[in-house]
Design a protein around this ligand. Structure first.
Ligand SMILES: [Zn+2]
Length: 201
């Protein structure tokens, strides 16, 4: 890299440090000609490979834009979306690959989205996974419901609340089961447009 002051081609590395999130290396350099100092940031370039073979640079914004669509009408803030984008990028970078198949980007989105909002997750998963049958979709909902019941049980354990073994789960379970069902196959008045990772990039 040229010296930003005098355009000289050669510089000496004074110090190298991995950035806090571990995704890049910062280097303090000194120009061998004018002796001025500057910093460079080296980051692994991430690209997304589509099924057609087309390559696009990875973009956190594109991930967030796609997820935002799936979150339409849901209690999800821009800050939540930004955090999700960061998590997805971290997951992908942690894989250590420079070229990521678009499908893998979709998989990296699913986990954090499930934690963020179950309905948005189902919307996204329904197009992304292209369920072969209603049974597959039902199975996904059953899994999700089970994880929600788990989360609820954990919450009760943390607060020390007493949970009766039989009666209580029935009512809230039904309510939760209906919510994603109504939202996904037959969206109310507004349609929710959800794109797969393949379509995002
Ligand atoms: Zn210089």
């Amino acid at each position: 890299m040229y010296c930003p002051y005098c355009r000289h081609v050669d510089s000496r590395v004074l110090d190298s440090r991995v950035t806090e999130d571990g995704s890049a290396i910062r280097r303090r350099r000194e120009c061998r000609s004018c002796a001025r100092r500057f910093t460079t940031l080296e980051q692994m370039q991430l690209v997304v490979v589509k099924r057609s073979g087309v390559i696009e640079p990875f973009s956190r914004e594109k991930v967030v834009n796609g997820v935002r669509k799936a979150c339409k009408g849901r209690p999800v803030t821009e800050a939540d979306l930004a955090k999700l984008g960061q998590k997805v990028e971290e997951r992908i970078r942690a894989g250590g690959q420079a070229e990521i198949p678009a499908d893998d980007v979709g998989i990296a989105i699913l986990g954090p989205l499930k934690e963020l909002d179950p309905v948005a997750y189902l919307r996204f998963a329904s197009v992304y996974r292209q369920y072969e049958s209603v049974d597959d979709f039902e199975a996904e909902i059953a899994l999700l419901r089970a994880s929600l019941v788990h989360a609820e049980t954990d919450a009760h354990a943390e607060t020390g609340a007493v949970k009766e073994p039989e009666a209580p789960p029935a009512a809230p379970r039904k309510a939760r089961a209906r919510q994603p069902r109504a939202a996904t196959p037959e969206p109310e008045a507004e349609t929710v447009e959800v794109l797969t990772a393949e379509q995002l990039f």
